[in-house]
Design a protein around this ligand. Structure first.
Ligand code: GLV
Ligand code: MN
Ligand code: MN
Length: 424
């Protein structure tokens, strides 16, 4: 297989990739910003657009029972093994246009680059329905369906409006009885994911593209401080059981604990005080905690210390604290053979690759449990992500397409890779 495009064609292709990210950003639950959570109504429009881009390639999209969109570009014959290339289509609130979305749109661009050519590999493009964990507090619902990890506990989980995952599936027009059909089957050799870095490392090192070797582990918790609501004017300061003041003390302690522990990151990303009135001492506060580290041991120890700290602060103030775990995801090592292939493909495209660990969670960490998985990062201008200022450079998208085509060439001609037996 030879690289079919000229530089000029690739620039146009990269522009189209960015235009498609712009187009998908219009499908939002919010009027003036991008929010597209799991199985929300705008996800229907998003699916229609993706299916519309796949159709001229002769690829017919289907939606599985948790709302992942799949389309298979066939290989030379029906016995060709398959690789998956994709990322997620859901977003955080007030999101940027590229987190996840770019990886799906780039996968389609790679099929377009093939220009009808068949490889000894079928390529399945996949757009996962849920990676962020925004609607139900637990991430990776889309990729968990591929590894057979959507269980009763997950199906029963409820969003802020009391709608369960099971009900959301029905409301979207899908059939929860068919979730098992979403599990990986057939001869699947690997999962590849292109994604913006979402941090400053590539920009600082002056590299356009990165090879991800590992992803840090993460714990997500929901916490509550329970005190006593009372009148703000009549309750003396020494007679209060203020849940918000306790939460504030704990939040500052979380920050300083993480700052003192090398490479540990800990975030309280959401907080809700009840009843939430200017003249009422808050009786209850609900918070989230997200803790990440490359070492599972360091992370789990930090989580234990932080929850103990919440308990001690609550006790000292005459309150109580409670917490429950939403996610325990261990750190994941990605496939070394594929990382080496990606490194070579990036070099063959005229760039110097940078090997790195991802601090963000990705669908690849779930797929890696079942099949060899790999990730390619594109530099994030300013290191900004999960914000409308999130960006990506045209020239980096162009290089990612070039490296992606090279990677497909390499894998399609690697007897070692083609000889891998299905590990799904
Ligand atoms: C996903 O973006 C995550 O790392 O939380
Ligand atoms: Mn993402
Ligand atoms: Mn994200």
């Amino acid at each position: 297989m030879s690289v079919p495009t000229t530089r000029k064609d690739r620039t146009a292709r990269a522009r189209e990739v960015l235009a498609r990210c712009d187009a998908l950003a219009k499908f939002s639950e919010d009027a003036n910003s991008l929010r597209r959570t799991f199985l929300s109504t705008p996800m229907h429009n998003c699916h229609a657009a993706v299916a519309g881009w796949l159709k001229p390639l002769g690829v017919f999209a289907k939606i599985d029972a948790v709302g992942n969109i799949h389309g298979v570009y066939p290989g030379i014959d029906s016995a060709s093994p398959r690789i998956l290339i994709g990322s997620h289509l859901d977003t955080v609130p007030n999101a940027g246009k590229y987190d996840g979305i770019l990886g799906v749109v780039l996968a389609i661009a790679l099929l377009e680059e093939l220009d009808g050519k068949r490889l000894p590999l079928a390529i399945e493009v996949i757009g996962f329905s849920e990676e962020e964990g925004v609607r139900f507090g637990v991430p990776f619902i889309g990729s968990r369906a591929l590894t057979g990890r959507v269980d009763e506990e997950l199906l029963g989980r409820r969003d802020r409006n009391g709608i369960s995952v099971r009900e959301a599936i029905h409301q979207f027009g899908l059939d929860e009885q068919r979730i098992s059909e979403a599990a990986l089957t057939g001869n699947v050799l690997a999962y590849l994911e292109f994604h913006i870095e979402q941090g400053p490392v590539l920009e600082k090192s002056g590299r356009q593209l990165g090879v991800v070797e590992a992803l840090v582990g993460q714990t997500r918790l929901a916490l509550r401080f329970l005190g006593r609501a009372n009148h703000s004017g009549t309750t003396p300061m020494d007679a209060r059981r203020d849940a918000l003041a306790a939460a504030a003390e704990w939040m500052v302690a979380v920050e300083s604990h993480a700052t003192r522990t090398p490479e540990l990151v800990a975030t309280v990303g959401s907080i809700e005080a009840k009843p939430g009135a200017i003249n009422v001492i808050p009786g209850e506060v609900r918070l989230s905690l997200d803790v990440r580290h490359r070492s599972d041991e360091v992370r789990t120890r930090a989580v234990r210390e932080l929850t103990d700290l919440a308990e001690a602060i609550a006790r000292k103030r005459g309150l109580c604290s409670q917490w429950n775990s939403l996610l325990e995801q261990n750190a994941v090592q990605l496939d070394e053979f594929l990382a080496g292939q990606i490194e070579a493909a990036i070099r063959n495209s005229g760039c110097e690759p940078h090997r790195m660990t991802s601090g963000a969670g990705h669908d690849a960490m779930i797929l890696a449990e079942r099949i060899p998985s790999a990730m390619i990062f594109l530099r994030s201008p300013g290191g900004i992500s999960h914000d409308p200022a999130e960006g990506v450079l045209l020239e980096d998208v162009e290089k990612a397409i070039q490296a992606g085509v090279r990677l497909l060439e390499q894998l399609a001609s690697s007897q070692e890779f083609l000889g891998w037996k299905n590990r799904a």
